[in-house]
Design a binder for this molecule. Sequence first.
Ligand code: UD1
Length: 310
Amino acid sequence: MRVLVTGGCGFIGSHLTEALVREGHQVRVLDNFFSGKRSNLRTVARDVEILKGDCADPRAAARAVAGVEVVYHEAAVPSVARSVDDPLLSHRANSTATITMLTAARDAGVRRLIYAGSSSVYGDTPTLPKREDMPTRPLSPYAIGKLTGEQYLRVFHRLYGLETLTLRYFNVFGPRQDPGSPYSGVISLFTTALLNGRTPVIYGDGRQSRDFTFVENVVRANLLALRAPRAEGQAVNVATQRQITLLQLLAELSKLIGVKVKAEKRPVRRGDIRHSLAHIGAARRLLGYKPTIDFETGLRRTVEWYRSQA
Ligand code: UD1
């Protein structure tokens, strides 16, 4: 198939692009290099067409979708904390970019668009695990942007028959996640802090929990989504279905890396969610998904990767 991956030079996008190439698809990437890097696609550079452009720019979007059958829309500015500091940047990169890609896809006769959604849309509603039919209650501009994106997908499916599908990712981690900013994912920050003898920072008491999901599981869900016949118009959780607190995460990392650490405590970040845990029955039913790499194995591979980069 001819496939477009937006954000294909980023963390999740590059893993997905590699897997699609391995499966024999013809892959084009659209990336504005806000956080993506060409070097992330080093292993498949000769097999992939890379376009530089912004998903919120209708001309770049139109150029990217031309002749494409399926779009994976992975491009985003994925930080909750950053969206609290800069809501307009988040809105453009998450909401505006998504409706622009959807409109371009509709106009070009794209068959299917698969979207990187987020567990942040659930907010702090009390019931765990989160099922897709539970109410959403976004707590940050980022979560609003991600929810707006998935609502547009649902409506584009109803109005125009575009086969849309949202995968609500739960805290994805793994090789290539960039630890270079205070807005980076917590596993990338903790791991590189411990490897480099720095003190990790915990916002709050460290008892907040996440359903950390190794990137390979997310790639697998995306490959299944390419052909899933009954998933159109839906939003589906993609996770491990295991609840890990930040204190547990830190203990596991200390063991793997072989250091003793005491974190520096800072106040809870605004917009932060307390607990996040997915129910993954819908992904199993609609996609045939099950996580194949558990948390510990994923963490070990992640540590090895950051070590190899040192
Ligand atoms: C993450 C993703 C987001 C995704 C969502 C659901 C990142 C940057 N964000 O948001 O794109 O949609 O999961 O899948 O990957 N924390 C610390 N110390 C740090 C950094 C973070 O204590 O140095 C805390 C945060 O306050 C939060 C938790 O760790 O309580 C997780 O934070 P983070 O990794 O930024 O992810 P989410 O906000 O959950």
